[in-house]
Write a protein that binds this ligand. Structure first.
Ligand SMILES: [Zn+2]
Length: 401
C-alpha cells in the first residue's frame, strides 16, 4: 500500500512506512525533536466485518501483513447514555469492556501487530499501570518478549498482573534512559508514546486510539459529537481520538471536528496551564501526587495540546475530591471507572455550558476501578462483620428499613 507514509507533525516532511522511532529525521538535522505520524491519503473509514477486533477498521490502520495481525477482540465498546442536565446529552464510552479493562488495548494491539510486521521479536515499554498490563497481554498474544520499566512506587497489583502475562518487570531506576538504551540496540520495538521522549517514540500506538473516534461516530448514527472529554496525561489517547475524527472529516464522511477537551487533575495540570497562557508548549509539573494515577504524569506530549487548540477545545482540571465524587457517581450507575476516567465526568459536570448547550458530549471512560483497590478502600469502613451462626435479620435490617 504505497500511499501510506509517515509524516512529521512539525515540518510535514514524509518518510516511507518503516520502523522509525527517533522522530522526524529532517527536524533532527535542525536540532529539533518532532513526532512522526501515519498518514493515509484518500482513505475512508470502512468496516470490514471479516477482521477481528479493531482490525475491522483496517482501511485506516497501518498496512500490516495479514499474518502479523494480533487481536484479543478489543474495541466495539458500548457508548452508554448518562443522566444529563437541561439540553446537554451525555454519553460515556465504556473502555473497561476491552480485554485488559482499559482503552490502552487499542494502541497495544496495533503496536504488537506492527512489531510483528517488521520482524521485531521484543517490545519495551515504560508504565506503572494500565499501559504496561496491556502491552504485556498483547506481547503475550503476539508471541513477543516484553520488558516493562516501572516507577519504584508501582502498585503490586499492577506489577503482579504484568508478570502473570509473562512480562519482565523492573521497578525503579531511570526508566527513560533504560528504555532508550534498549532502543539504541535496534532490535527492540517501543510500546511508547508518539513523542520522541528521551529520543524515542512510536508513531503507531495512536493509530489504535483512533478507532475510538470511528466507533463513537458510528454509534451516534453517523454524527459527530459536539465535545469529547478525554482524561489526558501523555496525551496519546486524546491525540489519537482527535486524529480519528480528523480523518473522518478529511474523507468527507463528517462535516467538522468535535471540540477536544483535555481533562486533568489539578495536581498534574500541565495542559491546563499551557492552555490558560495560550502556549503551544508544555512545562513539567512536579512532584505529582494524585488519586488519578493514570493521568499523573509530570509532562505530556505536544500533539494532544495542539489537537485541543486545532479543534476549538480546551484543557480543564478537576479537584481531587471532585474526581473521587465522580467515581462514586459512576459506581452508583453500575460503572466502576478508575479515578482518571472520572476526571472527565467531573470536568463535564463543572463546565458552565453543562445543561445550557444543546449538544452531545462524550466522556471517555478509559479504565477500570478494579486496578486501584486502595484508592476506593481509603474512605470505606468495609462490610459489617457478623458472628458465626448469627441469623437475626431483624437486628441488622429491621422490617421497613
Ligand atoms: Zn520534521
Amino acid at each position: 500500500m504505497p500511499d501510506v507514509c509517515l509524516a512529521c507533525l512539525v515540518c510535514g516532511a514524509t518518510q516511507e512506512f518503516a520502523p522509525l522511532f527517533a522522530g522526524c529525521p529532517v527536524c533532527a538535522r535542525q536540532g529539533r525533536k518532532a513526532a512522526l505520524e501515519v498518514r493515509y491519503p484518500s482513505r475512508c473509514a470502512e468496516v470490514d466485518s471479516s477482521q477481528p477486533g479493531l482490525w475491522k477498521w483496517r482501511s485506516l490502520l497501518p498496512p500490516v501483513r495479514p499474518e502479523a495481525i494480533v487481536s484479543l477482540h478489543e474495541g466495539s465498546t458500548p457508548l452508554l447514555p448518562l443522566p444529563g442536565r437541561g439540553v446537554t446529552r451525555l454519553f460515556v464510552k465504556n473502555e473497561t469492556m476491552n480485554p485488559t479493562w482499559a482503552h490502552k488495548d487499542r494502541p497495544n494491539c496495533v503496536t504488537a501487530a506492527v512489531a510483528r510486521h517488521f520482524g521485531f521479536r521484543q517490545v519495551v515499554t515504560i508504565s506503572t499501570g494500565n499501559h504496561g498490563n496491556s502491552a504485556a497481554a498483547y506481547a503475550a498474544a503476539a508471541g513477543l518478549r516484553c520488558v516493562i520499566f516501572c516507577n519504584a512506587h508501582a502498585p503490586v497489583e499492577q506489577t503482579r498482573l504484568m508478570r502473570h502475562y509473562g512480562a519482565e518487570v523492573f521497578l525503579g531506576g531511570d526508566a527513560d534512559r533504560l528504555a532508550a538504551a534498549l532502543m539504541a540496540r535496534g532490535d527492540w520495538f517501543p510500546a511508547l508514546t508518539i513523542c520522541p521522549r528521551s529520543g524515542f517514540g512510536s508513531p503507531f500506538g495512536v493509530e489504535g486510539f483512533k478507532t475510538i473516534a470511528f466507533e463513537i461516530f458510528a454509534q451516534l448514527g453517523g454524527r459527530m459529537p459536539d465535545r469529547v472529554f478525554v482524561p489526558a496525561s501523555s496525551g496519546d489517547g486524546l491525540y489519537g481520538i482527535a486524529k480519528g475524527f480528523r480523518e473522518l472529516v478529511a474523507a468527507g464522511q463528517a462535516p467538522r471536528m468535535p471540540r477536544m477537551i483535555a481533562c486533568q487533575t489539578e495536581r498534574a495540570n500541565f495542559y491546563v496551564e499551557a492552555f490558560r497562557e495560550g502556549r503551544r508548549t508544555v512545562r513539567a509539573v512536579h512532584p505529582v501526587e494524585t488519586v488519578a494515577l493514570s493521568i499523573g504524569d509530570e509532562i505530556g506530549g505536544l500533539p494532544a495540546l495542539w489537537a485541543v487548540y486545532d479543534s476549538g477545545g480546551e484543557a480543564l482540571e478537576a479537584r481531587e475530591e471532585a474526581i473521587l465524587a465522580a467515581a462514586r457517581e459512576y459506581a452508583r450507575m453500575g460503572l466502576a471507572f478508575e479515578p482518571a476516567s472520572s476526571a472527565a465526568l467531573a470536568c463535564a459536570r463543572a463546565h458552565p455550558d453543562y445543561g445550557q448547550a444543546d449538544e452531545t458530549w462524550v466522556l471517555i471512560g478509559s479504565g477500570t476501578a478494579i486496578r486501584w483497590p486502595q484508592t476506593f478502600a481509603a474512605d470505606d469502613p468495609g462490610p459489617r462483620h457478623l458472628e458465626p451462626g448469627f441469623a437475626d435479620a431483624g437486628a441488622i435490617l429491621p422490617p421497613g428499613s
